[in-house]
Design a protein around this ligand. Structure first.
Ligand code: MRU
Length: 351
C-alpha cells in the first residue's frame, strides 16, 4: 500500500506527556482494554510507575525519568532553594534504580544532570526545557531510523517483531515499529507477525493494537511459534528494538529476542535492531556485562493473579536476554546503520 495521505493514529496518543505542570502517563498495564491516563507530581511516584510497568520501553522510560527530574527539582527547590542540587540526589538514585537493563534511563538522567551547574535560581524552567528537548529529539530520531531502516526492506516483505518497540515504548512513532510504519507506507511491508511476548504480553496487547490502529496487517502468534512461522512463510526480516547495545554490538532486548534471532539465523531471515544512540552503551564492552532485570516469579507461575503452576515450584523470570552481535545483520540508529556489527564499526560511529 502506498498512500501519502495515510493517517497514523499512533501519532495521536502519547505514552508520556507533560501536561499542566504534571507528568501524564498512559497506563500500559491495561491496554488495549482500558485507556487510562495517570498524573504524577512526584519523582518517587514516577520511579514506582517505571518499576510497575505503567510506562515501559527503553526510550519512554528515559523520557519519563527526565520529566521526573523536573518534578524532583521543583520539590527540592520549594523545600530549600540553596541546596536543591543536594536534596534531589536521593530521588535521582531511586529513579535510576527503577529498572536496571534499559540504559536510556541512566542516559536521560545524566543529560538532565549536565545542566545542573549552569542553573541560576528556580531550576524548573531550564530542566523542563531540557526534558522536552530529550522527548522531541527521541521522536525525531525515530522518524530518521524509520527512514533508514525502511530503505533496507524490499517491496512486499513479511516481517516479524517481538515485544513492543512502538509509539508506546518511545517518545512517539517507535523504533522497530517506526521502521515498520515507514516501510508499510512505502509499500515495502505487506504483513507483520507479532509474537505475544510472555509474561507481559507486550506483543499481544500493545504491538498488535498499534499496528491494527494503523491498519497494518498483523498476525499475532505465540512466542514459541516463531521458528515455525519462519519455516512456513517467506520472512524477510526480524525487526526488534533494544534496551542496551554494548560496544561490540551485542544487543539486550526483551526475553525471547535471542531465541528468535537463533531461529532467524537457521532460516536465513535477516535481523534488524532499531534503537536510538541513547541506547548504545560504549562503556560496556560486551553483552555479558549488561545487567539483566529479574522480575517477580509470580509473573511466570500465575496468570491474571491465579496460580497455574504447582505451589512449591522454583521459577526464574529474566526480563531480557542478550543477542550476540554475530546474529545481528544491522543496527539502525539515527546516526547511521552498522552492518554486521563489531567493536571497530561501533567505535567508528559512536566512539
Ligand atoms: O519490559 P519492557 O516492556 O520495558 O521491555 C521493552 C523492550 O524490550 C523493548 O523491545 C525495548 O525497550 C525497545 S523499545 C523501543
Amino acid at each position: 500500500m502506498n498512500d501519502d495521505n495515510l493517517e497514523f493514529p499512533a501519532e495521536t496518543f502519547s505514552a508520556v506527556k507533560w501536561n499542566a505542570g504534571m507528568l501524564t502517563l498512559l497506563d500500559q498495564r491495561k491496554l488495549p482494554r482500558e485507556i487510562n491516563y495517570l498524573d504524577y507530581d512526584s519523582a518517587l511516584a514516577v520511579a514506582a510507575a517505571i518499576k510497575d510497568m505503567v510506562v515501559r520501553g527503553a526510550p519512554a522510560i528515559g523520557i519519563a525519568a527526565a520529566y521526573a527530574v523536573v518534578l524532583a527539582a521543583r520539590t527540592a527547590w520549594q523545600e530549600a532553594e540553596e541546596s536543591w542540587r543536594e536534596k534531589i540526589e536521593a530521588d535521582i538514585e531511586t529513579l535510576a534504580a527503577a529498572r536496571p537493563t534499559a540504559v536510556n534511563l541512566h542516559w536521560a538522567i545524566a543529560e538532565m544532570k549536565k545542566v545542573f551547574d549552569s542553573i541560576e535560581g528556580d531550576p524548573e524552567p531550564v530542566l523542563l526545557e531540557t526534558a522536552i528537548c530529550i522527548h522531541e529529539e527521541d521522536i525525531a530520531a525515530n522518524h530518521e531510523m524509520g527512514r533508514l531502516g525502511a530503505e533496507l526492506i524490499v517491496a512486499n516483505s513479511q516481517v516479524i517483531t517481538h515485544c513492543n518497540a512502538g509509539a508506546l515504548a518511545t517518545g512517539g512513532y517507535g523504533t522497530a515499529l517506526g521502521v515498520i510504519r515507514t516501510a508499510f507506507k512505502n509499500g515495502s511491508i505487506k504483513n507483520v507477525f507479532s509474537s505475544e511476548t510472555r509474561p507481559w504480553f507486550q506483543g499481544a496487547r500493545l504491538t498488535s493494537w498499534e499496528l491494527q490502529q494503523d491498519q497494518i496487517p498483523v498476525n499475532l502468534v505465540i512466542d514459541s511459534a516463531i521458528a515455525s512461522v519462519m519455516e512456513n512463510n517467506k520472512i524477510a526480516w526480524l525487526i526488534v528494538g533494544s534496551d542496551r547495545i554494548a560496544a561490540n554490538g551485542d544487543v539486550a532486548n526483551k526475553i525471547g529476542t535471542y531465541s528468535h534471532a537463533v531461529s532467524a539465523y537457521y532460516h536465513g531471515v535477516k535481523v534488524m535492531v532499531v534503537a536510538p544512540s541513547s541506547t548504545v552503551d560504549m562503556d560496556i564492552e560486551s553483552g555479558v556485562d549488561i545487567p539483566i532485570e529479574n522480575r517477580g516469579t509470580e509473573e511466570v507461575t500465575d496468570f491474571k493473579s491465579t496460580r497455574i503452576a504447582p505451589n512449591d515450584i522454583e521459577a526464574i523470570n529474566p526480563a531480557f536476554d542478550i543477542t550476540p552481535a554475530k546474529l545481528v545483520d544491522v543496527i539502525v540508529t539515527e546516526k547511521g546503520i552498522v552492518h554486521n556489527p563489531d567493536t571497530e564499526k561501533m567505535l567508528a560511529l559512536f566512539g
